[in-house]
Design a protein around this ligand. Structure first.
Ligand code: MRU
Length: 351
């Protein structure tokens, strides 16, 4: 997988680009130092880009997979117009195996499967049109969540966010960062404290990059500093995204989110999760059964590719955790806000 330059303006909203009949992904492993893209032409390349975190963030992973299905269908149909469906199913399974926690990946693939059931002839153009529609719809949903979430924020406070739930992690605008963008535009937020988010440093590299470009004051902190920052006062909300919300309102998100929620409740700081309804998994009864991805030990033992830990030490590297619903004050979706989420309120919203 090699990265290339593209002659287009690079913004937080250009993480996923359909260009020159191929899928280009802004290489988020290189940001903020380099703004380069990885080109994907087939399902294997797209799955590898998701696994390697060229593209990351639950909604962005789902949208990328939808484009990946279109790429796969183009190849399979060209190779065997009579018997392409069976081979395409192998590609769908390959894409689904790229990362286990973000339910948007499985949601997008299931959506493409349904569309395929009704396709007669070459499936490429209908699938590409559907991927583009999902991409555009995600941007619109984020705008709606931005407005709904911002309305919950009393003017004058600072907020804390974790990982990156911005334009880069979505089709554009962001979920948690969408709320922050909208609230800042309305003069409700004075400043953002962003957890640096070890080990991938999504906060330091990606969230800070987005907020600086938006002109939103941001201060980075090690996530271990968050409780002390809350104790110091002036924090209104913790605002995060999610990779999967269970039917009872338990929330899986980047490792460290749970400890932020515990600290927030202790300090009387409100805790908001902004996520589209495609992140809610109605088949997952509660958070205890959400598959939590574990990644390589080296991600913790090294920093920016350099070994930092004592030789011989091992590492525990689950990359998500589950925050129990009772610690969540509001889930903001494109369909509305759920205060103090529980099973019944979530079922009502989805119905
Ligand atoms: O491992 P990552 O970078 O894919 O994790 C991303 C997160 O945890 C985000 O908070 C989540 O996907 C929501 S993105 C809108």
């Amino acid at each position: 997988m090699h990265s290339v330059s593209l002659d287009i303006p690079v913004t937080a909203d250009s993480a996923i680009v359909w260009h020159d009949d191929a899928l280009y992904l802004l290489d988020q492993r290189l940001l903020p130092r380099q703004e380069r893209f990885v080109r994907c032409d087939d399902a294997a390349g797209t799955a590898e880009a998701i696994r390697a975190m060229v593209v990351r963030g639950a909604p962005a992973i789902g949208i990328t997979a939808a484009y990946g299905v279109a790429l796969a269908a183009r190849r399979r149909y060209a190779a065997d117009p009579a018997d392409w469906r069976q081979h395409l199913e192998e590609d769908l399974q390959h894409l689904a195996a790229a990362r286990p926690t973000a339910v948007n990946l499985f949601w997008a693939i299931a959506h493409c499967r349904t569309l395929l059931d009704g396709v007669d002839g070459d499936p490429f153009l209908p699938l590409l049109a559907e991927a583009r529609r999902m991409h555009q719809q995600d941007r619109e949903m984020n705008r709606r969540m931005g407005a709904l979430g911002a309305a919950l924020i009393e003017p004058g406070a600072a907020v804390i966010t974790h990982c990156n739930a911005g334009g880069l992690a979505t089709g554009g605008y962001g979920t948690a960062l969408g709320v922050i963008r909208a609230a800042h535009e309305q003069g409700r937020i004075t400043r953002v404290y962003a957890d640096e988010t070890r080990p991938w440093l999504q906060g330091a590299r990606l969230t800070a990059w987005e907020l600086v470009r938006e002109g939103i004051p941001v201060q980075l902190m090690g996530e271990g500093a968050a409780a002390a920052r809350m104790a110091a006062g002036g924090i209104g909300w913790v605002i995060v995204g999610s990779d999967r919300i269970a039917a009872n309102g338990d929330v899986a998100n980047k490792i460290g989110t749970y400890s932020l929620a515990v600290a927030a409740r202790h300090h009387g700081v409100k805790f908001m999760v902004a996520a589209p309804t495609s992140t809610i998994d109605p088949d997952m009864p509660d958070g205890s059964r959400i598959p939590i991805e574990t990644r390589a030990e080296d991600e913790v033992l090294c920093c920016a590719g350099q070994p930092v830990a004592a030789e011989g030490a091992g590492a525990w590297n689950p990359v998500f955790d589950v925050t129990p619903a009772e610690l969540v004050d509001a889930i903001v979706t494109e369909k509305g806000v759920i205060h103090a989420p529980d099973r019944e309120k979530i079922a009502t919203l989805l119905a």
